[in-house]
Design a protein around this ligand. Sequence first.
Ligand SMILES: [Zn+2]
Length: 252
Amino acid sequence: MTGIVERLSCSHCNAPLEYNPGEIIVTCRYCGSSNVIETGVAFTLEHSMLVNNFDSESVRNLVKEWMKSGFLKPKDLKKCSKITEINLSYLPFWIVPIEASSHYRGLFERAGPSIEKKSDIQKSYNWVVLGRKASEFPTREFDVPLKGKIPFSISKIGSEARVLNSEVDENEAKDIAKQEVEAHHEFLAKQEVDRIIKIKTTVQIGDAVYIHAPIWFITYEYKGNSYRLVIDASNGEVIKGDIPPIEEFKLF
Ligand SMILES: [Zn+2]
């Protein structure tokens, strides 16, 4: 960075906007309206949110429930682990509606002589794109519960929660979604044929939805190692949870 700090104020309430380098769509901490940084104008798309339905105590209980359930976990997981970090962030997502149809030709070789096969894949998606560039988030595992979405309101967000701004604008989100859907269809085609000769995917992209979703990030310690858990704070579902290896099954 050059050290030049551009001062921008919220186009709605005039309060100074706080943001970090790389952030493009900035939500005002005072009035909750979003501004596009490059142009300084108000964000014209619909901005939605999901609400957090869990306080940190009930999240702790969810974590304990998760630790107790499922047979792939160590039996003493609940007893022997300790939550070391727990925090709530509202992450920016773009939900991109996509109709995608692929036509492909490929060779089916797994059952003897190779046979040429042609087929189509037609699907529609609400493709989830995270509005942050350097963050790891299991977007493919995250089925955003869109039924619960309401218009964004800063008053519904507690002061303990972080609200992250988007580093990705709508057009970029659509590009990312298109590339990921194309890759996904290639993956699907490869389930049917062993070698793809040609695949062509055409997409129709609708209006993207900009939405802030509350996510609990939890770190727990078990026998000296740290593990992470990501929980959807609107419905309490574990989006992704690291499970310690079961010792009896260890080979080395
Ligand atoms: Zn404002």
